[in-house]
Design a protein around this ligand. Structure first.
Ligand SMILES: Cc1ncc(COP(=O)(O)O)c(C=O)c1O
Length: 357
């Protein structure tokens, strides 16, 4: 047996219900739904009462549309694929004044969400004055030539940090929204909050939806949060293929990557970086029979774990487990939650969905 990723579908549904707390939510399902699998996640989130989805890719947006006729499907990245947007009834970002000036004619009848750049600044309008230019221009057009202003949005880049920048970006964004208030413009979707922002603040004033990613998938956006609110719906494990006794100073692995510091036992486990175990992750422990043991070397398809006499060939070795959460390693500096998930390699891992109905 090599690496196995199990995803508990029922847990995924209940995690989505739990984290959104009854608030209308746009589920972020980009990058194959944080690598959970787009189809699995969209269907689970529909079951959890979510009817709006966001992704960065047109290909994924098309796949989502095939799964749901009546959900709002939002393309986060600026697009110029206007024919596909119309055909698939997608909603798109309006990312800048320059984009508007270039594509204003193509936008006729398309649902747009005006984006504010804020501190994150990946794209978006810099200030409300630029939006006023767009609105003024639209007002002079025939109705059939106008876009449909369906939403307003921005993304917070600091919500999982506690250095004061989140407060600044939140204040700037709320100031930007006040401009729409003054003009009495109230679109159907006003959304800015990722998991960290929503957990910190609840739904912000003037907002209609949250826009959640990682919390739906059961990981904490920052440390110190309660395990019961973020239930990890997956496990990653493999098994011990061999136990070897090592004398003091005996080397093992490429270039002697592990040298025993004393007489000891090691387990050879058939999962490695080729399956998506990050090298940084392998600086820490794995879980065997409920106990933690240090990973002492990582190879493409194996790793070496220093064990004791209780561990035997065939035992399961967990990299991620409810008792060994992925977010624990995020907070230890292994990499973002999404980075650890995105690296999992489905070409080599076996994926098993449990609790399907
Ligand atoms: C634009 C945008 N909105 C929302 C999210 C969701 O953030 P999180 O996964 O922290 O909830 C992301 C994630 O990267 C994003 O890029």
């Amino acid at each position: 047996m090599s690496g196995i990723l199990t995803i508990d579908r029922k847990q995924l549904v209940s995690q989505a219900v739990r984290v959104r707390e009854g608030i209308p939510t746009i589920a972020v399902v980009k990058n194959n739904a944080y690598n959970f699998g787009l189809e699995l996640a969209v269907e689970a989130f529909l079951e959890a009462g979510i009817s709006a989805f966001a992704t960065t890719s047109l290909k994924e947006a098309e796949a989502i549309r095939k799964m749901t006729d009546d959900s709002m499907v939002f393309l986060l990245n600026p697009t110029t694929e206007f024919a596909s947007v119309r055909r698939l009834d997608l909603s798109i970002t309006l990312p800048s004044l320059a984009y508007y000036e270039k594509y204003q004619e193509e936008l006729a009848g398309i649902s747009v969400h005006i984006e504010y750049a804020g501190l994150f600044n990946r794209s978006g309008f810099d200030n409300f004055g630029e939006v006023e230019q767009v609105l003024h221009h639209q007002a002079q057009m025939d109705e059939a030539e106008r876009f449909f202003l369906e939403g307003l949005w921005c993304h917070f880049g600091y919500a999982d940090e506690f250095d004061g920048n989140y407060e600044i970006e939140r204040k700037n964004w709320l100031g930007f929204l006040a401009g729409f208030d003054r003009l009495d413009i109230t679109p159907e979707f006003v959304h800015s909050q990722n998991t960290a922002s929503f957990v910190r603040d609840g739904l912000l004033p003037g907002h209609t939806h949250t826009r959640l990613g990682i919390g739906l998938y059961g990981s904490k956006p920052y440390s110190g949060l309660n395990d019961e609110m973020f239930v990890q719906p997956f496990e990653l494990y493999s098994s011990v293929v061999q136990i070897r006794d090592m004398d003091e100073n005996m080397p093992m692995g490429y270039g002697g990557s592990f040298v025993a510091g004393r007489r000891t036992k090691v387990a050879i486990v058939d999962i490695g970086y080729g399956d998506g175990v990050l090298r940084k992750r392998a600086e820490y422990d794995c879980l065997i029979n409920g106990r933690r043991y240090p990973i002492v070397s990582l190879m493409m398809s194996h790793m070496i774990v220093e064990v004791d006499e209780t561990v035997a060939t065939g035992d399961r070795v967990y990299i991620y487990h409810p008792e060994m959460r992925l977010d624990e390693y995020t907070f230890k500096g292994v990499g973002a939650n999404s980075e650890q998930l995105a690296t999992l390699n489905y070409n080599t891992l076996t994926k098993e969905i449990t609790n399907e109905s």
